[in-house]
Design a protein around this ligand. Structure first.
Ligand code: ZN
Length: 503
């Protein structure tokens, strides 16, 4: 084995350990830390991030990567060896453009912004958050400047989540989505409303948790390698392929926390099924945010809202939450597939969800370019909610303060949600081609074939291929909204009858 490559592997492991330690501090910050820990935690995370960043930009790494050019060329593009050199070179060159102090300042300001966001929500006062947003926006602009002249200042921010993707790639996908969704939602408004009253009531938190874990155990959750904790804004993270952390927010009056578990499971299984040979390298995680979201959306929506799936899970739900004993399965299924414009993105249905995303994408670009002032953000947010969804947020918590993502102005992330929806159906259709009728399998309680197929065709590669390459390899073409739109039309016909979605 090449000695230089062994050195690279060792350095990759060291960086990985530092980054995962920092990630664990973030996980703790959002699941267990008392508020008083905020300032100390911001410093701790900034220190670890600085240590990792120093290694990413080090001359030692630069020299190793230079010396390994021949080694890289001698190995297959798909090999662990060539992939590690290639991906580390990409990350190294990107990190070199950002000064250490700016990087640390972004992390520190982001952590303080998150705490201010929590306080602003509690006090329902945007002005608590505003100075933090001003500071974070200034830092984002300085970050963008590090990458030199751009076609669009949003490009370097998008690239952090979708390496290689441009704002000009996203625009046409969103144009097509918007054009399809507006008439769909208009048709839904004219149809007989779906009765989802069974989803409101009193649902004890311990029963919700037991049920959620039971469901996820059918899919591949295993207490030896996974855990589930409470948080304000649900997320998933991993510290190794054998250490998967899911979070959710169970609430007593609805089942949003259960649905969040189905979603976060999809993120978790992606990290869980990365090849163990990539462990402790930057290859050992999902390719991009949109690819990750394609997996969470698949388990939440394509698997988790299917009638076949609930034929297996519903009796257990009725056992844990006896108020469902008298609710027919078809009533429950229609209720969890209801389409209706709503205020909170994370609780939105599959169809209107994309409009929540598109309006945020548009606002982010306006804030970054300076055409929208931060002080006007709450009004601008409300105006777009009216235009796209016909709704007036009654307060800040259900309005502009609903998402943690903007506490540090982490721009570039929101569009990946809808891109993930689009990709999820492209990959699903290919899985159906290979595996036959998945719904038939789900009815028998068999989810393993889909899970293993995803492991084989997507998950095990980690970051070896870009998102565009992964979609090309898996779905056989570029990112294309048409299969997703057709899927939504089929679903609307199932839930509302022939009048809707027939366009
Ligand atoms: Zn997600």
């Amino acid at each position: 084995m090449n000695g230089r490559y062994e050195q690279l592997r060792a350095l990759a492991g060291e960086i990985w350990d530092i980054e995962k330690a920092s990630g664990l501090l973030s996980w703790d910050e959002e699941t267990g830390m008392p508020p008083g820990g905020a300032h100390a935690r911001a410093e701790q995370k900034a220190t670890l991030q600085r240590l990792a960043h120093e290694r990413w930009i080090s001359d030692e790494l630069a020299e190793l990567l230079e010396e390994l050019r021949q080694f890289e060329a001698e190995h297959d593009h798909d090999s662990d060896e060539a992939s590690l050199v290639r991906v580390m070179r990409h990350d190294h060159e990107k990190a070199r453009r950002v000064p250490v102090e700016l990087h640390a300042e972004i992390v520190r300001a982001g952590s303080l912004g998150y705490q201010a966001w929590l306080e602003a929500r509690a006090r329902e006062d945007f002005s608590v958050l505003l100075p933090h947003l001003e500071r974070n926006l200034e830092l984002r602009r300085r970050y963008v400047e590090c990458f030199g002249p751009q076609d669009d200042p949003y490009d370097p921010l998008l690239d952090d989540y979708e390496p290689g993707m441009k704002t000009s790639d996203v625009d046409p996908v969103f144009e097509q989505l918007k054009a399809a969704l507006v008439p769909m939602i208009a048709a839904v408004k004219e149809a007989e409303p779906v009765d989802d009253s069974c989803l409101r009531g009193y649902f004890p938190l311990d029963a919700q948790r037991r049920f959620s874990v039971w469901v996820m155990e059918h899919w591949g959750y295993d207490p030896a390698t996974w855990r589930l904790d409470g948080t304000v804004h649900p997320f998933a993270t991993a510290f190794a392929t054998t250490d998967i952390r899911l979070t959710t927010r169970f609430q007593p009056d609805h089942l949003g926390g259960v649905i969040a578990c189905l979603h976060e499971f999809g993120h978790g299984i992606y990290e869980r099924q990365v090849s163990p040979t990539l462990e402790r390298t930057p290859l050992a995680s999902g390719v991009s945010a949109a690819m990750h979201e394609s997996q969470s959306r698949m388990w939440e929506n394509l698997v988790g809202r299917s009638l076949a799936t609930w034929r297996v899970f519903y009796p257990k739900l009725q056992e844990e939450l006896p108020q469902f004993a008298d609710v027919p399965l078809t009533t429950f299924h229609r209720a969890i597939n209801k389409v209706q414009p709503s205020l909170v993105r994370t609780e939105a249905d599959e169809v209107t969800y994309n409009l929540h995303v598109i309006l945020r994408y548009e606002i982010e670009r306006e804030l970054l370019s300076g055409t929208l002032a931060l002080a006007d953000l709450p009004d601008a947010f409300n105006a777009k909610m009216r235009d796209y969804l016909g709704l007036d947020p009654p307060d800040l918590v259900r309005g502009v303060l609903q998402d943690a993502h903007w506490s540090d102005l982490g721009f570039g992330y929101f569009p990946t949600y809808s891109l993930g929806n689009v990709i999820s159906v492209q990959i699903w259709e290919r899985a159906q081609n290979d595996l036959g009728d998945l719904e038939e399998q789900f009815e028998r309680g068999e989810f393993g074939a889909l899970r293993d197929w995803l492991g084989e065709h997507v998950h095990r590669f980690g970051r070896k291929f870009t998102a565009a390459e992964t979609v090309q390899r898996t779905a056989g073409g570029p990112i294309d909204p048409a299969p997703y739109v057709a899927y939504l039309e089929r679903k609307l016909r199932d839930v509302f009858g022939a009048a809707v979605g027939a366009s």
